[in-house]
Write a protein that binds this ligand. Structure first.
Ligand SMILES: CC(C)(COP(=O)(O)OP(=O)(O)OC[C@H]1O[C@@H](n2cnc3c(N)ncnc32)[C@H](O)[C@@H]1OP(=O)(O)O)[C@@H](O)C(=O)NCCC(=O)NCCS
Length: 147
């Protein structure tokens, strides 16, 4: 597996993969194509990095992350999105992409964190299989709807 950092030329591809990720995670409301393109553009023009993972020159997965400081001198990297293309799953590509992300791309000496939706059982099994442990549980009081 090889990887490369995405550029402005990859925004449409990333927005399309982001749509598939949202479908898989059953995100609501689903963003429109314009919204996905605008958000991806602003992330890449801002403080986010996008990495495309390739096999035989074809994209099989992507990750988007940003970097911050949790406390003075304590660098952490937040994985905003991680996705393996549907036709390429259960072949170890996700595991290999995260290995590259957490060794070659992000120094192993720094914290790597992410949010996974509670209902995303496959996602939770995946991250646990890779050695990620639960650090914080986010609670939500859903808004009421007007009748
Ligand atoms: C979660 C996801 C990234 C896994 O990618 P993948 O390439 O299929 O994962 P791998 O083949 O590298 O699997 C690594 C390990 O994760 C676990 N795993 C992966 N898919 C699983 C599944 N469907 N059910 C249970 N465990 C699973 C297994 O322990 C697996 O090891 P094994 O194959 O030796 O059993 C992929 O299914 C995906 O992109 N899903 C939609 C997006 C998503 O949920 N992203 C994470 C959001 S936080």
């Amino acid at each position: 597996m090889t990887y490369r950092f995405a550029t402005a030329q990859d925004i449409e591809l990333l927005a399309s993969l982001n749509r598939q990720l949202n479908e898989d995670e059953k995100s609501t409301p689903l963003l429109t194509t314009e919204q996905l393109l605008a958000r991806m553009t602003s992330w890449l023009e801002g403080n986010h990095q996008a990495v495309l993972f390739e096999k035989n020159s074809g994209v099989v997965a992507y990750a988007i992350y940003c970097t911050g400081e949790r406390a003075p001198g304590e660098i952490f990297h937040f994985i905003r999105q991680f996705f393996v293309c549907r036709e390429h799953r259960r072949r170890g590509y996700g595991r290999e992409a995260v290995r590259l992300l957490s060794t070659e791309i992000i120094p192993r000496t720094e914290h790597l964190v992410l949010d996974v939706l509670y209902n995303n059982e496959v996602g939770r099994a995946f991250w646990k299989a890779l050695g990620f442990t639960e650090h914080c549980i986010t609670l939500e009081l859903p808004p009421t709807t007007d009748d």
